[in-house]
Design a protein around this ligand. Structure first.
Ligand SMILES: [Zn+2]
Length: 268
């Protein structure tokens, strides 16, 4: 009695296995027939665009109650947003999507600026500033990158109090390359003194998990440079240089899958 039941169960299982196999073969054949109708299969892992970045986040420094450097009625926050809007226009003309961390004269914290970029999946981040110095002779353009930036994994785990942020920072060849290319274009376009590229752990770039640089487009404390910055033509050249550097960076990434640090004469 017991043996017969056992045998029956085994037959039942074998039958189920055959039915399962048959269903698998039939559904596979059905999907094969259906695929030309559905069109080519979409790989959901593919990036939104074929470029190395889908978006440029522009960060005009300061804003609102934080004017940045002020000299003879010229405010760093106003220069920064003017240049950011110019870069935005130039990039959009070339089909590159942009996003500004502020569009008006509003105060945005450094953490919120970084968060705008970190909410994006595939972007680069450009912070735009102008310089000041105690020495009026100080002049020129400079581009900063953070030698260490947070990574995506750092960001995901940053809420865990027992994880050390510093231990998860990633070395940063992309940002350095981007800084070098923008700096080269700035010097070419403006003919300003080349102060090179400098690694600096500025909060707003160190806390972005995408390639990020901070541009200092000249000294408000230098009379010659301030006179140039007062003209729309000069600010357009700064914007064009940032756009040139970004497009060149995109070309380099497209040419070589693993980005290499770009060494420039005069660059740090
Ligand atoms: Zn500034």
């Amino acid at each position: 009695m017991f043996g017969r039941v056992d045998q029956g169960r085994r037959r039942g299982r074998a039958l189920l296995a055959w039915i399962g196999l048959l269903l698998f073969v039939v559904s596979f054949a059905w999907l094969q027939r259906l695929s030309p109708i559905l069109g080519p299969q979409v790989d959901i892992r593919a990036p939104a665009t074929d470029g190395p970045f889908a978006l440029v986040v522009l960060d005009p420094g300061h804003g609102g109650q934080d004017s940045g450097t002020m000299k003879a009625g010229m405010l760093e926050k106003e220069l920064a947003i003017d240049v950011a809007h110019r870069v935005e226009r130039l990039l959009q003309l070339q089909g590159v999507a942009t996003l500004l961390t502020r569009t008006g004269d509003t105060y945005i914290s450094l953490a919120d600026r970084a968060a705008v970029a970190n909410a994006q999946r595939n972007c680069v981040f450009i912070s735009i500033h102008f310089d000041d110095a105690a020495r009026p002779a100080a002049t020129g353009v400079e581009t900063y990158y953070a030698a260490h930036q947070i990574s995506n994994s750092t960001r995901a785990a940053s809420w865990l109090p027992f994880l050390q942020r510093t231990s998860m920072e990633s070395a940063n060849v992309e940002s350095q390359s981007l800084a070098c290319l923008i700096q080269e274009a700035l010097v070419t376009r403006t003919q300003a003194v080349n102060r090179g590229t400098t690694p600096q752990q500025f909060f707003v770039i160190a806390n972005v998990c995408h390639p990020a640089v901070l541009v200092e487009g000249g000294f408000l404390t230098n009379a010659d440079e301030m006179n140039k910055l007062a003209t729309g033509d000069y600010r357009e050249q700064i914007a064009a240089a940032i756009s040139d550097g970004l497009m060149r960076y995109r070309e380099v990434l497209q040419q070589q899958r693993t980005p290499l640090a770009v060494n420039l004469p005069g660059g740090e």
